[in-house]
Design a protein around this ligand. Structure first.
Ligand SMILES: Nc1ncnc2c1ncn2[C@@H]1O[C@H](COP(=O)(O)OP(=O)(O)OP(=O)(O)O)[C@@H](O)[C@H]1O
Ligand SMILES: [Mg+2]
Length: 255
């Protein structure tokens, strides 16, 4: 009797695990589907936008040069040029998102990529008085990655963390190698505003944003790049306490 109970208990646990795996796979498929639909839309919109922005940009630049310094009309044209630039950068985001380049894998140094990305946001960190703490593993091996794409991953995650934090808070970036040596892990832990339970399932959706000037594409780009590297990304968050993004990447891209 006890044996039967034990066996059926085991079977139930197995069934439960299989169900959880199925749920997870289904959720991943839904994310993929959403990404590909949004990708197609984004490509069309981005092209239209870029062409129009080009014409607006050239025309306003022409007008701008006609006005003398001190002329208030020059300020207006300058304001338009700034906005055109902002829209151009959003469009570049969209184009990147819609038509990603194929990753070019090379043996790369994750710490160098992280350092380079941190130096890109150094000024922002100084202004915000945020300290970036590096807790790097001493023995991290080189891994097969696309340097540029991985820099984009780091930049998006750091940018989000800085947005989430107040002054004088802390961002910890740590790396580690798994004992069996097949995977490495990179963690970005901030002490920012955190993400509510309601929102956390949506943060990887394209165009989901709670930021005033956000496009909502950062994390969906991150998600896709990590996937292209056969890696995984997880998020843990506590409202008003902070958020951790955990990325695992295989050392080699070969099966
Ligand atoms: N570290 C974080 N802490 C708290 N909320 C976060 C964090 N990272 C992401 N989020 C939430 O997830 C949303 C989506 O992030 P995502 O990077 O995709 O877009 P975005 O930052 O709003 O815009 P952008 O396209 O400029 O990156 C954010 O608007 C924010 O609400
Ligand atoms: Mg972002």
């Amino acid at each position: 009797m006890g044996e039967i109970k034990q066996k059926s208990g085991d079977l139930l646990t197995e069934l439960d695990n299989a169900y959880k795996l199925l749920r997870k796979t289904q959720e991943e498929l839904i994310i993929k589907e959403k990404l590909s639909i949004a990708g197609g839309l984004a490509a069309g919109v981005a092209h239209e936008l870029r062409n129009s922005l080009n014409i607006i940009g050239i025309s306003v630049q022409y007008l701008h040069d006609k006005f003398n310094p001190g002329d208030e009309r020059r300020e207006f044209t300058e304001a338009i040029m700034n906005k055109v630039e902002k829209l151009n950068s959003v469009t570049t985001d969209l184009i990147h998102f819609a038509r990603p380049q194929n990753p070019r894998f090379k043996k790369g140094n994750i710490h160098k990529i992280l350092d380079r990305t941190i130096s890109l946001v150094k000024f922002k960190c100084i202004v915000q008085k945020v300290s970036v703490v590096r807790a790097y593993a001493a023995n991290l091996p080189l891994i097969e990655i696309d340097n540029e794409l991985m820099e984009q991953v780091a930049l998006n995650l750091i940018d989000n963390a800085l947005w989430a934090m107040h002054e004088r808070e802390k961002l910890i970036i740590s790396t580690m190698i798994f004992p069996e040596n097949y995977f490495i892990e990179i963690k970005f832990t901030d002490t920012g505003c955190g993400i509510s339970r309601k929102d956390i399932s949506r943060i990887f959706d394209p165009f989901f944003t709670l930021r005033e000037n956000g496009t909502g594409l950062g994390l969906s780009i991150v998600h896709r790049i990590v996937e292209e590297h056969k890696g995984s990304i997880e998020v843990e968050s506590k409202l008003k306490k902070g958020t951790t993004f955990k990325i695992r990447l295989p050392i080699s891209q070969k099966e």
